[in-house]
Design a protein around this ligand. Structure first.
Ligand code: PNS
Length: 164
């Protein structure tokens, strides 16, 4: 049984994340999408429970994908759920420094854990959750960035109507 973990803030989940989840879930028996509960001092748009519920909804057709939340060190959580592979997406060279540092830190913290990188599909290379939040905050169209369910909830957070 090969289990991998795909961690992130997912605030909110985008089509870019979903693309990585679909592609990586084909390589493992089980993929755990792990939502970090508290990231630093920044207040998230969605509470951790909301992000987990949203992910469960948009990933419901992927039978070998499970959504969980974690707090604390990622490598500790990976051990807790018996996963020794971390999946991350690389969009552009600008992601590389941060991702390399994170993967090397994680492997120093726990040698058993390896990181596997997926290059994001060209279609979603520009996309990030922070872009989605910013566009939605000004009432812009986010339908190309997130599924309709996420679009509706994101507009609601900003008190915008959207058309869904
Ligand atoms: O989607 P993000 O916000 O870029 O994901 C970053 C995340 C959540 C994977 C990372 O910040 C994390 O796992 N933090 C938990 C604390 C930790 O393990 N830090 C050590 C690695 S730098």
């Amino acid at each position: 049984m090969k289990r991998a973990i795909y961690p992130g803030s997912f605030d909110p989940v985008t089509y870019g994340h979903i693309d990585i989840i679909k592609r990586s879930s084909k390589l493992f028996d089980e993929l755990i999408v792990a939502v970090l509960t508290n990231k630093g001092k920044t207040t998230p748009l969605f509470l951790a429970d909301e992000r987990v519920n949203i992910l469960n909804e948009v990933l419901k057709d992927l039978k070998n994908v499970r959504v969980l939340s974690y707090d604390g060190l990622l490598v500790d959580f990976a051990m807790e759920v018996d996963a020794d592979v971390i999946v991350r997406g690389l969009r552009a060279v600008t992601d590389f420094d941060y991702e390399l540092q994170m993967s090397q830190t994680n492997s120093v913290l726990n040698r058993k854990v390896d990181t596997v990188f997926f290059t994001t599909s060209l279609k979603y290379a520009y996309l990030s959750s922070s872009t989605v939040r910013e566009v939605a905050a000004y009432g812009g169209d986010i339908s190309k960035f997130v599924p309709p369910y996420v679009e509706k909830l994101t507009y609601e957070k900003f008190g915008k109507k959207g058309d869904k």
